[in-house]
Design a protein around this ligand. Sequence first.
Ligand code: FES
Length: 102
Amino acid sequence: MTEWIEVAKIDDIGPGGLTVRVGEEEVLLVRDGDKVYALAGLCSHQEMELQGGHVEGGAWVCPHHGAKFDLSTGDALSMPAIEAISVFDVRVEAGKVSVLIR
Ligand code: FES
């Protein structure tokens, strides 16, 4: 089933991101300026939480060993990660953030 699920208010997303659970998925919400992105909550390197990292040049930097992931595609851009992480469609309406789960 594919559906939009409201998960947070945009103001709840701090500089270190916000992890929310959507069904079986852990999803990390990230703000980069006016844009919001939704990434997998766990790093592809050692399955550690990505919350607590930061945005740098259109990428999310893992707080543990510094791997970078493209905010739009989830591609791993730097070591020690070599595998991409999932990304989810996200929308913001009236300050409320929804994620599309397939
Ligand atoms: S757990 Fe993310 S870079 Fe190691």
